[in-house]
Design a protein around this ligand. Structure first.
Ligand code: AP5
Length: 221
């Protein structure tokens, strides 16, 4: 199995859900740029210029590329030098970023250690899932939606409070789908397909079916 696993997909495609499973199953470091950016928002010591860039996130747009590199590269280097693999969850969103990451992997001597999985869902599924998503504010658990658990207030793992994300409001979800959904991702998907690195997973199936497909694709390289 390759040491660098890149997960692509529209908002709500299950990148976070599957990245957590991969990290736990293979002892890989999970690097979610969304989580790193949300962490920055809570940090009072952050450079005010960096903080200003986070405004994009609140309105459903991508944040500037340089901020992403600043947050992600250090974590990737640390993960790989510790001997573990890394799973990149939403860390690459456009071709400019993909090229920059590729250069970085080359510098680290890991250019041949890349697997790319696109988890594909429709825009409608994207909207439906995000409108119902709840996340634990303490441990980050992403609560799978079901009618039985819809009204649950606390995390089944740590009892932390379950909350909707700030950017999971209907108007912002629609903007995210426009700016970061399948249409926006098409050039990035082509970039990896042309390099022969892309494998596509049907993300419309259940979490455990997607997990099995991910496992098959990662282990058969
Ligand atoms: P980020 O936090 O990464 O948001 P996102 O890409 O919109 O993805 P999500 O976290 O919303 O969804 P997901 O695919 O992880 O799905 P999840 O597993 O939660 O980024 C936030 C913001 O940060 C961006 O908008 C941008 O501004 C900025 N940003 C981040 N990275 C950046 C970068 N590289 N460059 C520039 N800006 C960047 O699942 C969703 C729901 O569906 C959950 O409820 C889950 O339980 C459920 N679910 C998952 N899989 C299934 C399934 N198979 N069946 C049924 N339900 C499922």
């Amino acid at each position: 199995m390759k040491k660098i696993v890149i997960l692509l997909g529209a908002p709500g495609s299950g990148k976070g859900t599957q990245a957590k499973i991969i990290a736990s199953k293979y002892d890989y470091t999970h690097i979610s740029t969304g989580d790193l950016l949300r962490g920055l928002e809570q940090d009072s010591d952050v450079d005010p210029q960096d903080k200003a860039m986070l405004e994009n996130m609140k309105t459903g747009k991508l944040v500037p590329d340089d901020l992403v590199y600043k947050l992600a590269f250090e974590k990737i280097r640390a993960g790989l030098t510790s001997g573990r693999g890394v799973v990149l969850d939403g860390a690459i969103r456009n071709v400019t970023q993909a090229e920059k990451y590729q250069e970085f992997f080359e510098q680290l001597g890991y250019a041949d250690e890349v697997s790319v999985l696109e988890i594909r869902i429709s825009d409608q599924t994207s909207f439906n899932r995000l409108a119902k998503r709840k996340v634990c504010e303490r441990c980050g658990y992403i609560m799978p939606y079901s009618p039985e658990t819809e009204n649950l207030k606390n995390c089944p793992h740590c009892t932390g409070r379950l909350k909707s994300r700030q950017d999971d409001k209907p108007e912002i979800i629609k903007k995210r789908i426009r700016e970061q959904g399948n249409q926006a991702l098409a050039p990035l998907v082509k970039f990896y397909r042309d390099k022969g690195l892309l494998r596509v997973i049907d993300g419309e199936r259940s979490i455990s079916q997607v997990e099995k497909e991910v496992e098959k694709k990662l282990e058969n390289v």
